[in-house]
Design a protein around this ligand. Structure first.
Ligand code: IPE
Ligand code: IPE
Ligand code: MG
Ligand code: MG
Ligand code: MG
Length: 297
């Protein structure tokens, strides 16, 4: 790996972490349990892949300002999705980012409400980020639309419901792909789209980013399934083997681990190929794409 790219990504991640910590500390007027549950959920030790994809796409389309506020908006939605994903009525998980899940630490009611509060927080964060990047109101509106459409019933939330409804069932690989594209792919594609929009990219360039993002997003969840089946809770910082325990259909259970890995690798290679063909092959974006199916946690 190119050292300069590693340094850039580490610098960007530190900025996203700093922004999340700042947002997390702003809930002074909130009731204590809600404030603490939001703070805990936002400041957990995540990889910040989605935020980094926002910053890399912004950079790839010629953006020159600090897009970490916008990156944090996507990470706020993602962090909320994890809080709810772990709830007893969903995956009923107790370990996340190397610590007890939010509902284990603060109770189910505080975690549920904290999650919903974070959706609202993500919208205000997006509008503020657009303002600080000096973007026109029309661009700000598009950013909110892209983020909320990826988060809602036709994206992440809808995918999460299908995921739960499929527990204990044998589903086809086509159905599984639809679930994965919705529950995880949509928000990852939105990350690239938002970075491109914020940079003022052409419709063509933003569409190219979105399409690559869809492939990367599907690959990301396929690899998550593989890691669940092959790694340890200690390495992942979350409960390994929980998919089998919950009788989830995953790429690992449906295709087998090796074929799932190959499918993920191919999707990443295709995405990298189309980014290259579109002239969008800046170092950080390519490195993040490579990381999607090469990561160990
Ligand atoms: C986990 O996402 C949930 C999925 C959509 C697979 P990440 O693997 O990006 O989790 P963090 O943010 O690094 O904790
Ligand atoms: C969750 O998929 C996807 C989300 C939208 C949160 P998983 O349930 O596999 O995510 P992990 O493995 O708990 O992080
Ligand atoms: Mg889940
Ligand atoms: Mg889960
Ligand atoms: Mg998983």
């Amino acid at each position: 790996v190119n050292e300069a790219i590693e340094v850039t990504l580490a610098r960007w991640k530190a900025r996203i972490d700093g922004e999340l910590a700042r947002v997390a500390s702003n809930g002074i007027a909130l009731p204590e349990s809600l404030r603490d549950a939001v703070h805990y959920s936002l400041t957990g030790d995540g990889k910040r892949i989605r935020g980094l994809l926002v910053m890399a796409s912004y950079d790839a389309l010629g953006g020159t300002r600090d897009a970490s506020q916008l990156a944090a908006a996507v990470e706020i939605v993602h962090a909320y999705s994890l809080v709810h994903d772990d709830l007893p009525c969903m995956d009923n998980d107790s370990l996340r980012r190397g610590r007890p899940t939010t509902h284990r630490a603060y109770g189910v009611a505080a975690a549920t409400i904290a999650g919903v509060a974070m959706v609202a927080l993500a919208v205000t964060q997006t509008v503020r980020a657009a303002e600080s990047l000096g973007l026109a109101p029309a661009t700000s509106r598009k950013l909110v639309m892209v983020l909320m459409q990826a988060s809602g019933a036709t994206g992440m939330v809808g995918g999460q419901l299908m995921d739960l409804e499929n527990e204990g069932k044998v589903v086809s690989v086509e159905q599984l792909e639809a679930v994965h594209r919705a529950k995880t792919g949509a928000l990852i594609a939105a990350s690239l789209t938002m970075g491109g929009l914020a940079a003022g990219g052409s419709k063509q360039a933003v569409d190219d980013l979105a399409r690559a993002g869809e492939s990367l997003g599907l690959a990301f969840q396929i690899h998550d399934d593989v890691l669940d089946a092959t790694s340890s809770s200690e390495t992942l910082g979350k409960t390994a083997g929980i998919d089998a325990a919950l009788s989830k259909s995953t790429y690992a259970s449906t295709l087998g681990v090796d074929a799932a890995r190959q499918k993920g690798d191919k999707l990443v290679a295709d995405a990298m190929g189309s980014l290259k063909a579109a002239g969008l092959h800046n170092g950080p974006l390519m490195e993040l794409a490579r990381f999607v199916a090469a990561r160990q946690s």
